[in-house]
Design a protein around this ligand. Structure first.
Ligand SMILES: *Cc1c(COP(=O)(O)O)cnc(C)c1O
Length: 397
């Protein structure tokens, strides 16, 4: 039985899958079972923040696996406490952290904190959460409902929880807030929605307004967090002070982990929230190793160099291929090329894969780039060489 047949027979077919069988990786290069090399400009979906087979991460995971992988959260977990301290200090915010296993789960935690805050701080028990159009917050029933894309709210899974609505723009958020609104949940750069960064001044004005109105600001940094946009958090880059922040994708370098952090440390009490796996020895030790690597990259200025180099290449392509692309979008190493049509987007994705370059799609017409933050100049050069070959084939069609 081929791998494809095995997958199709035994794995629930919830993904439109590519069947290249990757067997090994090194840095931002992947190898398939035929020994062919691929340049990885996707890093999972912004997950392999320190590249494939990173020796520092691999050593930390192996060392931890030989000691303790897991003990329940009924005991204190040393790497969990260390990772929480590290995240809080890097963020610069006076917050406490709860560990989960994914982005959706981190957002569930954020919504629970907000709901309990609303219940305990306001006589009318505020509970409504406002999100934005084109947002993405996860795949659980609640986070699907929080996701501002009508196509996600299919009747297959209804009824959904009450109290979620989404708005077209930040301006509309102001109008939508009523006396039952407990929180506004936003991404600072909409990832799945099309790598669209919001305007800094607009976000700062919103944050200020929410503070005055006593409405919590929840920033979903599942994709933007952990240095993806150049600073530790996009919230740092935007110079705002959210009430609640969620993290996941890049934090474990591929080991599943999610985190919700809040300055309202007193809201959740023992028994209010929990997780069997969340924050175990293995995932938090991985998180510590990832932060060791990335903090060094940030402090040395190497991360900023990589980001500028990558950005320059994309700008050149956007300018030279203006028949295919409208513009270049994004921040840091979270970037996109806005294709002129969905057809161009899918042709670019298809031809990139044919050139052995892995890129992602976002929204209806964006080609998305989420390379590992440790990607080398040589890998960037090789990746863009392949990308240009792919674009030449699209242009010839
Ligand atoms: C990926 C993503 C999620 C969902 O994370 P999962 O780990 O797949 O549950 C939530 N929010 C944002 C902004 C994301 O990019």
């Amino acid at each position: 039985m081929t791998l494809e047949a095995q997958d199709k027979q035994y794995v629930l077919q919830t993904y439109a899958r590519d069947y290249t069988n990757f067997v090994e990786g090194k840095g931002s290069t992947l190898f398939d079972d035929q020994g062919r090399d691929y340049i990885d400009f996707a890093s999972g979906i912004g997950v392999n923040s320190v590249g494939h087979a990173n020796p520092v991460l691999a050593d930390a995971i192996c060392d931890q696996a030989r000691k303790i992988i897991h003990i329940s959260n009924l005991q204190v977990i040393e790497p969990q406490a260390k990772l929480a301290e590290r995240i809080v200090k890097l963020s610069g915010y006076d917050m406490g952290v709860f560990f989960a296993n994914s982005g959706a789960e981190a957002n569930e935690g954020a919504i629970k904190i907000a709901r309990k805050y609303g219940e305990t701080h306001f006589e009318n028990k505020r509970y409504k959460v406002i999100t934005l159009e084109h947002s993405f917050h996860g795949r659980t029933i609640t986070t699907v409902k929080a996701t501002g894309q009508e196509s996600f709210h299919t009747p297959h899974f209804s009824p959904y929880p009450d109290g979620f609505s989404y708005e077209k723009s930040i301006d509309d958020v102001y109008r939508a807030i009523d006396d039952e609104t407990v929180a506004v949940l936003i991404e600072l750069v909409q990832g799945e929605g099309g790598v669209q960064p919001f305007d800094k001044a607009e976000i700062q004005a919103l944050a200020k307004h929410l503070k005055k109105a006593g409405v919590l600001l929840i920033v979903d940094e599942v994709q933007t967090g952990v240095y993806r946009t150049g600073e530790f958090l996009a919230s740092n880059l935007y110079e705002i002070e959210p009430d609640i922040i969620t993290l996941a994708k890049g934090l474990g370098g591929g080991v599943p982990i999610g985190a919700v952090m809040t300055r309202h440390k007193e809201v959740l009490k023992a028994g209010d929230h929990g997780s069997t796996f969340g924050g175990n020895y293995l995932s938090t030790r991985a998180g510590l190793a990832v932060l060791d690597i990335l903090e060094e990259l940030y402090v040395s200025g190497a991360l900023a160099q990589t980001h500028l180099y990558f950005e320059k290449k994309l700008q050149e392509i956007a300018a030279s291929c203006d028949d295919l692309f409208e513009k270049e979008v994004g921040l840091g190493l979270m970037r996109g090329l806005r294709a002129k049509s969905p057809q161009i987007q899918s042709a670019v994705l298809k031809e990139s894969m044919a050139e052995r370059l892995i890129v992602l799609k976002a929204g209806r017409n964006t080609v998305r780039f989420l390379p590992s933050l440790t990607i080398s100049k040589a890998e960037i050069d090789e990746g863009f060489k392949r990308f240009e070959a792919a674009l030449a084939r699209v242009e010839a069609q």
